[in-house]
Design a protein around this ligand. Structure first.
Ligand SMILES: [Zn+2]
Length: 462
């Protein structure tokens, strides 16, 4: 390694060699051997099991958050109890519970109601958490006129004259969001039965109240803030099981990943990670990162986590069929199990890599500013980061300061400071990831400044 992990400026002839080495190494993406444990885990996703879970979810007829809870076979009470028992049956290592809240009548919540997320934790060696989630609640217009306003977010309607009565009209919600729920349930099985000792704690989450304004996600994210629960990443899956668009275009080979800005936010970093590691472990499925919080005029649970400061992204099928959404026609017939399984495999590869890798390095200095300065040359970037627990090496990334994707990368040893010769600090964005002794790589932490303080200019008064 010619790069010198010191603050010294290399002599000119060394700097020239370093620049050559950097450009040669940076253009070829490193292709380490894949982790056979992760390959096996990804291969354990079962289309057949996904199908059985979806048929069971459909059998509850409605899973509206405002449906009756007194039937053992119909409505949200029966559904959440089945989800809890199903995940608990997979492994004694899974800690499955209800995450419950008493919510008062407000907005689209037409009466006081108890909302319960279903949460399954697979404890790791460290408390930091990686989430894979969907929402198990459903909504459909009574009368079956379909989601005529696909751009809006229609609230629940009822044929009942009493607005406080349970919303028990049929709302099968097999794709919205039985698909994301089945994905999370199936991955709770795959991960808990893998025999892998993960460093991070994995959490498989079925949110409630999404159709009433992301209620279950907001409440859980708020609790995480209040109780300082260290959520590192949320992979939220909502409408990920259909490959036949209402536009008649079929696409079973790609998945969209929506990501909140700005361009080097934790959410964008997570989206880039999904693209990088999805491509390695599931090369037959293409991840399409989207530089926007969600589809036009639509929303999902990942936004609640982003708004409260956590890194979250939203997986969405590439070609939606709006006529089935929020409608009695959202049935098992509209599902492609092969497509849903591919999306589950991408989630599995990404979550496993994140949970085995060290936590991403902090690049903030003691003054709360990114640890990047001008090298003594005046032109080069001098990067400093904090050692990440479990890391034995780091990888530095950079790109020209226009464009979304990292263009260059360089593996460096077990150092926490690096000067990149002849990579002008003014023209590039930089980031760094941590790597453990088995090659598991964290997400990339970018060197970006926090939001500016307010302006305070003294003037003479006229
Ligand atoms: Zn949904």
């Amino acid at each position: 390694m010619l790069l010198r992990p010191t603050k010294m400026t290399p002599p000119p002839f060394i700097a020239g060699l370093v620049a050559l080495a950097v450009s040669a190494m940076a253009t070829a993406a490193p292709m380490e051997d894949l982790d056979p444990q992760i390959v096996k885990l990804v291969g354990a996703v079962s289309e057949e099991r996904l199908g059985a879970i979806l048929k069971k979810l459909e059998s509850f007829e409605t899973r509206s958050s405002l449906s009756s809870t007194d039937s053992p076979t119909r409505g949200i009470g029966a559904a959440r109890e089945w989800i809890r028992q199903e995940m608990q049956s997979y492994s004694p290592k899974l800690q499955v519970s209800f995450d419950s809240y008493n919510v008062l009548k407000q907005g689209r919540i037409t009466r006081d109601v108890e909302l319960r997320n279903v949460i399954a934790a697979l404890p790791g060696k460290s408390p930091r958490r990686i989430y894979i989630s969907g929402h198990y609640d459903t909504v459909a217009f009574a009368g079956g006129q379909g989601n005529s306003n696909a751009g809006g977010a229609p609230g629940p309607r009822t044929t009942s004259l009493d607005p406080a009565a349970p919303l028990d009209n049929p709302a099968p919600g097999v794709n919205d969001d039985g698909s994301g729920t089945a994905l999370a349930i199936e991955l709770s099985r795959v991960f808990s039965q893998s025999g892998i000792d993960f460093d991070a704690t994995l959490v498989f989450m079925a949110h409630v109240g999404e159709e009433q304004g992301l209620m279950g996600a907001w409440l859980h994210a708020k609790k995480a803030v209040d109780q300082k629960i260290p959520i590192q990443a949320v992979l939220n899956n909502d409408i990920v099981g259909n490959d036949r668009g209402g536009s008649r275009i079929v696409d079973g080979a790609t998945i969209r990943v929506y990501s909140e800005g700005p361009e080097d936010s934790p959410s964008r970093s997570l989206a880039r990670f999904v693209q990088r590691w999805g491509a390695r472990y599931v090369p037959s499925h293409k991840v399409r990162p989207m530089s926007r919080s969600d589809r036009f005029g639509r929303g999902g649970d990942h936004t609640a986590y982003n708004q409260l400061g956590f890194a979250a992204v939203g997986f969405r099928e590439s070609r939606e069929n709006f006529t089935r959404q929020h409608d009695v026609r959202d049935t098992f017939e509209g599902i492609s199990l092969a497509y849903l399984a591919q999306n589950a495999r991408v989630n599995a590869a990404v979550a496993a890599t994140l949970a085995l890798a060290p936590p991403p390095p902090s690049v903030m200095n003691e003054r709360g500013q990114p640890g990047i300065t001008r090298a003594p040359s005046g032109y080069d970037a001098n990067l400093t980061w904090a050692a990440s627990p479990g890391a034995v090496a780091y990888r530095v990334f950079w790109r020209e300061a226009w464009g979304p994707d990292w263009q260059h990368e360089l593996a460096v040893g077990n150092v926490t400071n690096l000067i990149l010769p002849n990579i002008q600090i003014d023209d590039h964005v930089f980031g760094v990831a941590a790597i453990d002794d088995a090659g598991h790589e964290s997400s990339v932490t970018a060197y970006v400044s926090p939001a500016r303080a307010e302006m305070n200019i003294k003037t003479s008064g006229h």
